[in-house]
Design a protein around this ligand. Structure first.
Ligand code: WT7
Length: 678
């Protein structure tokens, strides 16, 4: 991989950066690993305001699965996220709401945010929501969703935000699992200008679930009352209800000076459902103290956050990226944060660039999928935008291949902004591996170096076998840490850090078995990685995505990244298929830009490309051209389904739950294309 030390070309970041230089990073990193309690003690004072300070910094071990941080400390989320900024700068902008329709955009000040959160909290209290209750939030990325999230912690409730694109079946499973009695939703939302029936979906989702007692409805799209129903004994319009708590309203004096709940640092702040490789979605629990601290610290470090910045993360609130890097971290740090409700191509393909220039964004954070998507339109749409306010651009969610990295760096960052490839996961709560602006030498395709408190270790099976999956599945406890650089292994984190998820709701055993028991003392990320000669990490992808072809090891992302270098591919997915001689063979699915080409010609070119960029052993067995790939709503390709298809299982009903797919129809088409091959 090419090292890319271009410090001199970057915008001057040294002045005022939170971490000043490589020496400071090294010193603090060393302290965070060797004397973590001293490190976290200091950061906990610096980033958070405590109601009652703690005497213990951390306790418990990964082996026992009972990690705690600041366990006798108390703090309240409202004070940390809202009140202290409202007192300092009431009329500054806290939230920028970039609605689906750009005409509906608006800003919310710290003062307005504080008033709305308090009103929502009084509504929850009035409805009898108590500390520890789970409240579901099924809304678009909008200010009202943020008010609802913060109102939950105001009364000590645990929020469960469900991505607004999920089907009623997916919502139902989550409401049943979390036993949530109160739900926030919207009557309708808009997605690419089309109405989305949120309230009707909730009605279907909770049909017959008796414990759901209140559905609070934000009238997000006005004057369309004929498009959904309200049930008199359960459903309440938030706006009307909230106004009863304001001056002159029916409940004007009820809890008018209610104080925000002082939470124990280990009290759950929220739960968030995520899919594992097997089984039903699991609710991961994040805490109040440790989570908020590491969210704020990583945000400030990785995005070089300064007073007055306007920071924009394009994710949806329904994912961990939305929780940590749209809501909690920016609010703790008092940073103006963008709520982006739309898509990169609505109303036109310049939407992202419009948003950056319109608000003068200083940081821009999105996913490789989105970058690859806008890339297919070339650089012409960018021409009339200056993007000159940007200092740092970020990527998250999957490996960003070299081609997308280059394009993003050059055309969006104008070769002057730091590009931070941030590696983390729902379970980690916050970024684990990332470059730091002004500090880290960038390398294309590498997430670079670990952040504070994160001690990554690559593991291989004892005896040096290359077959790392074997060691995971069969001989769980026989492994070795890889001491030297320039090797690949299972990516684990040795020891704990403040924002690590503490458990799976109602299933601590599954938590231990998935993450902590496979390698006692280490947290299993589920990814494999390569560490180069300088100690920089290259994430290769999920371990279940690693192929072994004739005893040669290939990461699916490695193969895919090579294939997307072809000018006519938009997206590709590679899966392994069982092969008599090779063990596993490479099966390629690809989506083409220009469909008017000779299929055999392009297939040949792709074969040659893999042979050329990786090795002859990487010659694919089959290449199938498809219209689109089956994806989750967060944009992840569902390889699970593709794997079933390539093993000639054409029975769609056996593929498991497809309700969470973005494009369920793609599956039928792929099955029929693959059938033709055999
Ligand atoms: C998985 C976690 C973290 C928020 C979004 C996804 C992959 C994430 C990167 C990156 C390579 C990455 C990993 C990880 N991943 N970021 N920068 N480079 N891979 O959260 O849904 O919990 O997924 O996403 O495979 O395990 P998630």
């Amino acid at each position: 991989m090419t090292s890319f030390d271009c410090k001199n070309k970057f915008k001057p970041l040294t002045e005022g950066t939170y971490i000043k230089n490589a020496e400071e990073y090294k010193r603090l990193y060393k302290q965070s690993i060797e004397d973590p309690n001293a490190f976290w003690y200091e950061k906990a004072q610096e980033f958070l305001t405590w109601d009652k300070s703690f005497t213990t910094i951390s306790s418990g071990t990964l082996k026992q699965g009972n990690v705690k941080y600041f366990e006798d400390g108390y703090l309240n989320v409202y004070q940390n996220c809202v009140l202290r900024h409202k007192e300092k700068k009431p009329n500054d902008v806290a939230l920028i709401y970039e609605a689906d329709d750009p005409e509906d955009a608006r800003t919310i000040t710290w003062l307005e945010l504080s008033e709305q959160v308090q009103l929502y909290a009084r509504v929850l209290k009035h409805l009898g929501v108590k500390k520890g209750d789970v409240v579901t939030i099924y809304m678009s990325t909008s200010p009202e969703a943020v008010y609802a999230m913060l109102a939950c912690s105001y009364v000590g409730a645990i929020h469960s935000v469900i991505f607004g694109g999920f089907s009623s079946a997916a919502v139902r499973a989550r409401v049943l699992d979390s036993k949530s009695e109160v739900i926030f939703t919207q009557n309708l939302t808009k997605r690419r200008g089309k109405l989305v029936p949120m309230k009707t979906t909730i009605d279907q989702a909770v049909e017959g679930i008796d414990f759901v007692r209140s559905v609070l409805v934000d009238e997000h799209v006005c004057n369309l009352k004929d498009q959904y129903e309200m049930r008199s004994n359960r459903d309440i319009y938030l706006k009307h209800f909230v106004s009863e708590f304001q001056k002159g309203g029916k409940y004007e004096n009820e809890n008018a000076d209610m104080q925000p709940m002082s939470m124990n640092a280990e009290d759950p702040l929220f739960l968030l459902y995520t899919s594992g490789s097997t089984g039903k979605p699991k609710a991961l629990i994040h805490t109040t103290g440790g989570y908020l601290l590491n969210a704020a610290l990583t945000h400030k470090t990785v995005f070089d956050i300064r007073e007055g910045d306007r920071y924009g993360c394009m994710a949806d609130l329904g994912w961990i990226t939305g929780h940590t890097y749209i809501v909690y971290a920016p609010l703790i740090n008092g940073t103006t944060t963008v709520l982006f409700e739309s898509t990169p191509d609505y109303p036109s393909i310049t939407r992202y660039w419009d948003v950056i220039d319109k608000w003068g964004l200083t940081q821009f954070y999105t996913s490789p999928t989105a970058v690859r998507f806008v890339m297919t339109y070339g650089t012409e749409p960018l021409e009339k935008f200056s993007l000159k306010s940007l200092r740092v651009i970020g990527s998250v969610g999957e490996p960003i291949g070299v081609e997308a990295w280059n394009w993003y760096f050059k055309n969006v960052g104008k070769s002057k902004c730091y590009l931070v490839d941030t590696y983390w996961m729902t379970e980690s709560g916050a970024i684990m591996i990332s470059a730091i602006p002004g500090v880290t030498t960038l390398k294309r395709g590498s997430a670079t170096l670990p952040l504070f408190g994160i001690n990554p270790q690559l593991l291989v099976k004892n005896g040096g076998s290359k077959n790392i999956e074997m060691s995971m599945q069969k001989k769980k406890k026989q492994f070795l840490e890889i001491a030297e650089n320039s090797q690949s292994g299972i990516l684990t984190i040795k020891g704990h850090w403040p924002s690590i998820t503490r458990t799976i709701l109602g299933n601590h055993k599954r938590y231990l078995d998935t993450y902590l028991n496979p390698y006692p003392g280490y947290f299993l990320t589920g990814d494999s990685a390569y560490r180069d000669m300088d100690g920089f990490y290259f994430i290769k992808g999920r371990i279940d995505d690693v192929l072994n072809v004739s005893a040669h090891r290939f990461g699916t992302s490695e193969l895919e990244s090579a294939l997307t270098l072809h000018p006519n591919t938009i997206e590709v997915a590679v899966v392994g298929m069982p092969h008599k001689i090779k063990g596993e063979a490479i099966f390629v699915f690809c989506v083409l830009k220009n469909k008017q080409v000779e299929e055999n010609k392009i297939k040949n070119e792709l074969k040659l490309l893999l042979q050329k960029t990786i090795s002859k052993v990487a010659t694919p067995e089959h290449i199938v051209v498809v219209e689109s790939l089956p994806k989750t709503r967060s944009g992840k390709i569902m390889r699970r389904i593709l794997k079933k298809i390539v093993t000639k299982n054409y029975e769609i009903s056996t593929y498991g739950d497809l309700s969470t797919l973005l494009n369920p129809d793609s599956v039928k088409q792929i099955v029929s294309n693959v059938k033709k091959l055999f």
